[in-house]
Write a protein that binds this ligand. Structure first.
Ligand code: SF4
Length: 197
């Protein structure tokens, strides 16, 4: 794990074990942090940052149609009357929230995009879409539990932006989402398993 985080050479055979280690070690770190007076949110943020870095260093890439992008319902404008949790394409793309940009990006790049109202629906979406990797947009707490929930599926987390406080009309940095997705998916002209540049 240390070699991968440092960007040093490691045996690809350890890739899976490396990812497993981070999922085992960080819950322990959160537990220990309680005794050392380290704020939970700080540790959760670190977990997500290291998990993302590791994910990127391990060079995990999947075909676009095997990537699932999932966001919480609070990303939708609270006053929007359209029901997007079963089908995000019900969004009229008025631009009132970031759902419009995510639906457009999903259509452009070919990944699955869903809005989940909670953990049960999120798990159902994962079960139905059978992704090989997940990109989740949420707060620190939900990302931390979500990344562990979907394990052994590799997952990348993008923190939401909360200008109106938690769980209400949240936003996301679309440039960051696009950049993370570009790193995650195999370019269309490259077959799966080919070396990535
Ligand atoms: S962008 Fe879509 S989900 Fe957001 S407010 Fe407009 S119609 Fe509703």
């Amino acid at each position: 794990m240390a070699l991968a985080v440092e960007g040093l050479p490691y045996l690809p055979v350890f890739r899976r074990q490396t990812y497993k280690m981070i999922n085992l070690l960080f819950p322990m770190a959160v537990y220990l942090g309680k005794f050392l007076g380290i704020r939970r949110r700080q540790l959760e943020g670190s977990f997500i940052a290291v998990s993302n870095m590791l994910f990127s260093r391990l060079g995990i890439k999947v075909p676009a149609d095997r990537l699932l992008v999932v966001t919480p319902h609070c990303l939708q404008l609270a006053t929007c009357p359209h029901k997007i949790t079963r089908d995000p394409h019900n969004c009229k793309r008025c631009g009132g929230c970031d759902i419009a940009a995510l639906v457009t990006l999903a259509d452009e790049m070919g990944f699955h995009f869903f809005v989940a109202t909670g953990g049960t629906l999120a798990r159902q979406i994962v079960y139905n879409t059978r992704p090989k990797a997940v990109l989740a947009i949420a707060c620190e707490r939900d990302l931390m539990s979500g990344i562990q929930d979907v394990y052994p599926l590799p997952a990348v987390g993008v923190l939401n932006i909360r200008p109106n406080g938690p769980c209400y009309n949240t936003r996301v940095d679309m440039d960051e989402v696009r950049a993370q997705i570009e790193k995650l998916i195999i370019p269309k002209d490259k077959p799966e398993g080919a070396p990535h540049g």
